[in-house]
Design a protein around this ligand. Structure first.
Ligand code: FMN
Ligand code: SF4
Length: 418
């Protein structure tokens, strides 16, 4: 029987308070880290846990922390990516709203591990309430001496700030986020250099997702073997799945990594709204390839979804019933990516614009079979040719919709759809 970890004590507004968090064992891990460990030890534990990033790419957290140079005079920065703008994704928001101290404690441990004495929580501009909650939680943490100068007499100093974004999806991409934090336009940077070597203010920087960091205090407290035993060993742990669309019970579900997608939709989500048939599912937020109804016998983890040609991404599961117009659905996404493209590279700026135009043309009944091919070619020309992965994120859904639901595009061309 799976015991919830991240959302076990979710009960706002009570669970937002530091006293409540401490009663449930909160900040024990932080004390252990500062009083008994050195940064190498923390990195070793997190590496051993196989914790993989929950922000989309699934990169191993401990390994990433290990990339930060040890012998540098420059300051180091730990940035919490709280931008959460991926359509279909609303899990970090829950953590920040209900258990902000868990996020803060994870960030403190991450900062300690990379020898950072300044950390910023970069939060999506629209999350006004969550930003206020985090500010209040930080004040509580300072009052208790968990943050500030000479923490527990260890000589270690750590300051943490909330930095609000202004509502741009691209500022969730780690280098766009860094540029924005520096006060500039959120234009992603060419890598290398990677942020671990040269990030914020040209200094070594680690960017981690909210949920990734929220796992860390539990790993310190309960040990890497406990964590590794939850779900597949190559990418284990408790996982927050965001279920939305045509399901009876949408919401955030905490389950082990690797839960079956079918089970998530039909057992936890209560099945399809109005007992309709399932047509398609986007399993990892809007940026990943779509699955058809007969592809849902797959486990929701990094490797299993990759094997069926999709991705876990942000675990935003968007469910579409039999009545969903797939051309309409992809138009909605294409519009989003065209709007959110920062415009810096030509394939993404022009490609997303043309993709939206072509889908609109097809949907209006004015399209030709050649336009469907052209749409595919446009997507192919964006993929892997851009500075940041937003280009791929825009292209992959189009490619998969065309591959799996081409007949719906053709039906518009043949004027079979009114
Ligand atoms: C367009 C775009 C938007 C992104 N938005 C977010 C976001 O809102 N939150 C997030 O944690 N990661 C986001 N990412 C992924 C980050 O670039 C980065 O991989 C992540 O914050 C690393 O944290 P993790 O290793 O803990 O997953 C986005 C990536 C792209 C390309
Ligand atoms: S891929 Fe798109 S969003 Fe990313 S840098 Fe290029 S233009 Fe900007």
């Amino acid at each position: 029987m799976f015991e919830k970890v991240l959302t076990k004590h979710v009960d706002p507004p009570k669970s937002r308070k530091i006293d409540q968090y401490e009663k449930q064992g909160g900040y024990q891990a932080w004390q252990k880290v500062v009083k008994e460990m050195d940064p190498e030890k923390v990195i070793e534990i997190v590496k051993a846990s196989n914790l993989r990033g929950r922000g989309g790419a699934g990169f191993p957290a401990g390994m990433k922390w290990g990339f930060v140079p040890k012998n540098t005079e420059k300051p180091h920065y730990l940035l919490v990516n709280a931008d959460e703008s991926e359509p279909g994704t609303f899990k970090d928001r829950l953590l920040m709203d209900a258990v902000p101290h868990m996020v803060i404690e994870g960030a403190m441990i991450g900062a300690f591990a990379i020898r950072s004495d300044i950390s910023y929580i970069y939060i999506r501009g629209e999350f006004v309430k969550e930003a206020r909650i985090l500010e209040e939680a930080l004040q509580e943490a300072y009052q208790k001496g968990y943050l500030g100068k000479n923490i527990f007499g260890s000589g270690y100093n750590l300051d943490m700030y909330v930095h609000r974004g202004a509502g741009a999806y691209i500022c969730g991409e780690e280098t766009g986020l860094i540029e924005s934090l520096e006060g500039k336009r959120g234009w992603p940077r060419i890598k290398p250099p990677f942020p671990a070597i040269e990030g914020a203010f040209q200094c070594p920087t680690i960017v981690n997702n909210v949920e990734t960091l929220a796992c860390v205090p539990h790993i310190i407290e309960r040990g890497p073997d406990w964590f590794k035993a939850i779900g597949p060993e190559s990418g284990p742990g408790p996982k927050l799945y965001c279920l939305s669309g045509h399901v009876k019970k949408p919401g955030v579900y905490e389950l082990p990594m690797g839960v079956s997608l079918r089970k998530l939709i039909y057992e936890y989500g209560g099945g399809i709204l109005n007992d309709k048939k399932l047509k398609a599912v986007i399993p990892g937020g809007s940026s990943v390839p779509v699955l058809t109804a007969d592809e849902i016998d797959v486990n929701m983890d990094f490797d299993s979804l990759a094997k069926v040609g999709s991705m876990l991404g942000s675990a935003g599961v968007i469910v579409m019933d039999e009545d969903t117009d797939m051309v309409d659905a992809i138009l909605n996404l294409a519009r989003f990516y065209r709007h959110e493209s920062c415009g810096q590279c030509t394939p993404c700026r022009e490609g997303t614009t043309w993709a939206e135009k072509l889908i609109r043309k097809i949907k209006s009944g004015e399209g030709t079979m050649k336009d469907i091919d052209l749409l595919g070619e446009t997507a192919n020309h964006i993929n892997f040719r851009t500075i940041c992965p937003l280009g791929d994120a825009a292209a992959m859904p189009i490619q998969s919709f065309l591959k799996k639901f081409r007949h719906e595009f053709e039906a518009y061309v043949k004027k079979e759809v009114a």
